[in-house]
Design a protein around this ligand. Structure first.
Ligand code: PLP
Length: 447
């Protein structure tokens, strides 16, 4: 990408920033507070704005740019497909969609084999809920409090974090369970499982599925004990419910395995994907099911679809993205470099009293801040209902951004999920910046 030098107004805003502010809704924010920065390009693990700032993308934007910002094979596949035939209705077979379906059957766990394509993680989750309900003939979905599954009516109703509050009561039958959150919950992770077992017993035979992120993402990078997910599947099946794993954030190499489910050697009944599926080059979501579930719809109508279900351009991007993961051995690389990242984060934890916990797997890691490490007290909560966490974690992220490292945060946790192409040198550079930025939270401990 070519660098652009922009003229700015007296407040330092470019024309694009002014237009964006005036005509486009900012997501999940008070519009009065939205101050968008114009981004002009990216290259590898770095991106830059119109004000001559450049950042290491330590969160892969919204934990989705798994291939970085210059995956030419994906960009070329998109252009080629758009020239050959950009769109044909889902009722027609297209090469890109058929081959991507086959590829997903290859890389997903066990015998997961038939995919419904959509355009986002939210839609992938909506489809999973609907399929589970149609297949089981039951309506309830158990999900967990510390989870995010999407923004539409169904997916926000099964979301557990405070983003759901504005949409409540939401769709009927969405029930919440406790989480495997060793650092901050009063329940031990495996105790939280037994709680779910009890819930299923008390709900009787009315639960269609348990829906979980195998490794929780935006709610703080929560990695359950090894035996958690296998036992959860057992509990679900004992009660006639399906296990849905939401791999929208954890999937496609993020954890150093193809999927979060692979970390625990579990094959879910239904799996949702998006984000890394296309490396974020185009919007693409997917919901894959077992042959048994797929067969059910031989005789019951699969009553679901979208105009852009399996859009050829998106599927061409997905296919090229998966081929790139494979050809460049990015899953193995994420595992290796992820171990190194984990070690470097441990060093930060040792050096900074405000780092309460570092945790994660592969290139999916979190730094949870605390104002009292002994009592594990989080920094103060915000006053509004939707933005959870504290301004201290925002301040740390801002300090890192000022020094050239972009890092997302939520609920007292800095979320690290860089492109899988990141190197140990890039990690060292980012860690040095974080080391400085964490002085901000150290300094806020006695406030
Ligand atoms: N599920 C999980 C686990 C997610 O992390 C997200 C988004 O962050 C979603 C679903 C929703 O995906 P999207 O924002 O693409 O609709």
């Amino acid at each position: 990408m070519t660098e652009q030098t922009q003229s700015t107004d007296e407040d330092g805003r470019t024309d694009v920033e002014k237009l964006d502010k005036e005509y486009v809704f900012g997501t999940w924010s008070y519009q009065s507070e939205v101050e968008p920065t114009e981004i002009v390009g990216g290259d590898g693990v770095r991106f830059r704005d119109a004000h001559e700032n450049e950042w290491i993308d330590f969160s892969g934007q919204l934990m989705c740019s798994n291939l970085g910002h210059s995956a030419d094979a994906v960009a070329d596949a998109i252009a080629e497909q758009a020239h050959e035939g950009a769109y044909f209705a889902p009722g027609f077979a297209t090469e890109a969609r058929a081959k991507l379906g086959e590829k997903l059957a290859e890389v997903t766990p066990g015998d997961l084999s038939k995919t419904f394509f959509s355009t986002s993680g939210t839609e992938a989750v909506e489809a999973a809920i609907k399929i589970a309900r149609m297949y089981t003939g039951k309506q309830k979905i158990i999900s967990r409090y510390r989870s995010y599954h999407g923004a539409t009516a169904g997916s926000i109703s099964v979301t557990g974090d405070p983003r759901r509050l504005m949409a409540e009561p939401g769709v009927p039958g969405a029930i919440k369970a406790p989480d495997p959150y060793a650092y901050g919950s009063t329940l031990e992770p495996m105790e939280s499982l037994e709680y779910i077992d009890e819930m299923l017993m008390l709900e009787g035979d009315t639960v269609a599925a348990i829906l979980v992120e195998p490794v929780v993402g935006s709610n703080g990078i929560l990695v359950p004990p090894d035996e958690y997910l296998p036992r959860l599947k057992e509990i679900a099946h004992d009660h006639g419910a399906l296990l849905i794993c939401d791999e929208v954030m954890a999937g496609f190499g993020r954890t150093g395995e193809w999927f979060g489910s692979d970390v625990f050697d579990v094959q879910p009944d239904i799996m949702t994907m998006a984000k890394g599926l296309s490396g974020a080059y185009v919007p693409l979501g997917a919901t894959i099911v077992t042959p048994e579930i797929a067969d059910h719809f031989e005789d019951e109508m699969f009553c679901h679809g979208h105009t852009y279900a399996g859009h050829p351009v998106a599927c061409a991007a997905g296919l090229a993205a998966i081929e790139t993961y494979q050809e460049e051995n990015l899953i193995e690389h994420a595992s290796d470099v992820g171990d190194y990242l984990g070690q470097r984060l441990e060093e930060l934890a040792d050096a900074h009293p405000s780092v309460g916990d570092t945790r994660g797997v592969g290139l999916f890691r979190g730094i949870e801040l605390t104002k009292d490490p002994d009592e594990r007290v989080p920094f103060g909560e915000r006053e509004d209902k939707i933005s959870t966490g504290s301004t201290v974690v925002d301040d740390v992220a801002a300090a890192a951004a000022d020094r050239g490292v972009y890092i997302a945060n939520m609920i007292n946790t800095l979320i690290i999920a860089p492109p899988l192409t990141i190197t140990e040198d890039d990690i060292d550079e980012a860690i040095e910046v974080l080391d400085d930025a964490l002085e901000v939270s150290d300094g806020a401990m006695n406030r």
